[in-house]
Design a protein around this ligand. Structure first.
Ligand SMILES: Nc1ncnc2c1ncn2[C@@H]1O[C@H](COP(=O)(O)OP(=O)(O)OP(=O)(O)O)[C@@H](O)[C@H]1O
Length: 519
């Protein structure tokens, strides 16, 4: 493409039409769906060991995105940009062609990494690696899959990587960048055949792009011919300008999403609750959880997303006390890696329960059978909303999503008219007094430090959205103080002078500046 824009998917109106009808929203499922193609039809294209691998995983039929990638790519080693809804099997859709490539071209050089997958979080890296091991489990030759991410012992994992025989590496950008500082690591990547960016829009956004560019400089040049694959449920237009760093012009664009449709799974009824006051936040969360439980008590596995790690920590403390009838879990970046991994595994296995989480599990994480996603507070952007909703209704299951916003945050609904969000069917606000007493009873038992941290995080997060929230710094502090009172604080928690300075709130009235115990 001369203008650097991605080529459109091949124009085949009838097939495209038929394909769209058949593919959009069709879940990956083991139940025979009309029009879904069994993996067995890929004999001769995919190695028998790979077919046995997917079969052992219980995958009988290709999901639409898997079928598209395996059948519509000019070759399995072609560069591609692929969009498909959350929970529809994108992981296998990139692993299968990438592994097949290694096998069919006899590209396995001992000790050399053939496939590099880069993804945003540690939890996702582990999950992708697990799927990789499962898919490759029936191959005659063992394919070692290694992971590299922060929060783990650098020296020991580096040693294992250098001394091992990793054919596949799944990594997060920070640790990978760090590892590539070692000559021996760079050497092991000299035979790279496929580079995958999972959650590609996130990997190429302002937060991660600098690390990705640094990484690319230390990998073999694109002119060596390695394949680039970019996958996500959301690919905003701005991605087209940056994918060039991993995809050659002329790459194939594939999508199972109708361009006129929001990329959330249509099986997820989505609702919002708008609260007149921030003070009602906590009671509203309890009310929504209880209402949802009452309407579906047998199928109650919930992810509640908060906006900040410390906010999530405090919400977890509250829910544990206020909703002792449910098993609650917490997951956020302020926890150590062992605790994060343990909780991830526990919640994956749990038949029911409530996970209070930050965005460390907002994208890509596959917790089986999540029946409800609740978002409390303003999602950062449309993509984040979509990916969080995508933690439910995975692999063909049903699910629901509820977003709780206070009045200043309600613009999110208006500015996202394509999202199918409707007002919550029950009048939650009129029910709040009942839940407020539960909140008031529980908060005195939550540690002051947890509240202080949540207060500070609230200020920091919302400071970034002042304009959208139509607030000035003074109103923001007032709002945060109301939030603190809602947590049962007798007065707004103290904030360190330096933190206030960093947040750009120096001199704003309403803050209590002073030192507090260090966390
Ligand atoms: N062909 C298939 N048949 C049955 N189940 C499948 C199939 N492919 C994938 N799955 C299952 O579907 C679930 C979702 O798959 P996966 O995590 O790859 O989704 P995704 O599209 O990458 O989602 P996200 O956009 O959230 O990252 C997983 O539990 C996976 O094991």
């Amino acid at each position: 493409m001369s203008d650097g824009r991605p080529p459109r998917a091949p124009k085949q109106p009838e097939q495209e039409q038929g394909h769209t009808e058949r593919t959009v929203d069709t879940p990956p499922t083991t139940v025979a769906h009309e029009g879904q193609t069994p993996f067995s039809t890929m004999k001769g294209v995919l190695h028998p060991g790979l077919l046995q691998g997917v079969d052992a995983m219980g995958f009988k039929y290709m999901s639409p995105v898997q079928e598209k990638v395996l059948k519509e790519l000019p070759s399995l080693s072609s560069d591609c940009l692929v969009q498909a809804k959350t929970g529809t099997g994108k992981t296998a859709a990139f692993l299968l062609p990438a592994i097949q490539n290694l096998l069919s071209h006899n590209m396995l050089r001992r000790g050399h990494v053939g496939i590099l997958v880069i993804c945003p979080t540690r939890e996702l890296a582990l999950q992708i690696a697990k799927e990789c091991v499962d898919i490759a489990s029936h191959l005659p030759e063992k394919l070692e899959c290694h992971t590299a991410f922060g929060g783990t012992q650098r020296a020991s994992s580096l040693k294992r990587f250098i001394e091992g025989n990793p054919a596949i590496l799944v990594a997060t950008p920070g640790r990978l960048d760090d590892m590539l500082g070692e000559e021996k690591v760079r050497q092991k990547l000299q035979g790279l055949k496929t580079l995958v960016l999972d959650e590609a829009d996130r990997m190429l956004d302002a937060g991660f792009a600098p690390a990705i560019h640094k990484i690319l400089k230390r990998l073999p040049p694109k002119s060596d011919g390695w394949q680039g694959m970019c996958f996500s449920a959301t690919l905003p237009d701005r991605v087209n300008d940056v994918v060039k760093c991993v995809l050659f012009p002329g790459y194939t664009s594939l999508s199972t999403i109708d361009p006129n449709e929001a990329p959330t799974v249509a099986r997820v009824p989505q609702f919002y609750v708008t609260l007149p006051s921030i003070k009602q936040t906590f009671a509203a969360l309890l009310a929504v959880l209880e209402k949802e439980y009452e309407s579906n008590p047998d199928d109650f596995k919930v992810v509640v997303f908060g906006t900040t790690a410390n906010g999530v920590g405090m919400l977890y403390d509250l829910c544990k006390l206020a909703l002792p009838q449910f098993k609650t879990f917490e997951l956020h970046s302020r926890m150590n890696q062992n605790a994060r991994t343990r909780t991830t595994n526990e919640f994956k296995e749990a038949p029911r329960g409530i996970l209070i989480a930050s965005d460390v599990v907002g994208r890509g994480m596959d917790f089986p059978n999540v029946s409800l996603v609740v978002q409390l507070g303003l999602p950062m952007n449309t993509e984040q909303y979509i990916h969080r909703v995508g933690r439910t209704a995975r692999a063909g299951r049903d699910g629901r999503a509820v977003t709780i916003l206070f009045s200043n945050e309600a613009f999110f609904i208006k500015t996202n008219p394509t999202l199918p969000i409707k007002p919550y069917p029950t009048d939650i606000v009129s029910e709040l007094p009942k839940y407020q007493s539960l909140v008031d009873k529980s908060f005195p038992q939550v540690e002051e430090l947890a509240k202080t941290k949540a207060y500070q995080a609230f200020l920091g997060y919302n400071k970034t959205y002042l304009k959208k929230l139509q607030l000035g710094p003074k109103e923001l502090v007032q709002l945060a103080n109301e939030y603190a009172y809602a947590m049962g604080c007798p007065e707004p928690p103290m904030i360190d002078k330096r933190v206030v300075g960093k947040m750009g709130l120096k001199g704003v009235p309403g803050l209590r500046i002073g030192s507090r115990d260090r966390d």
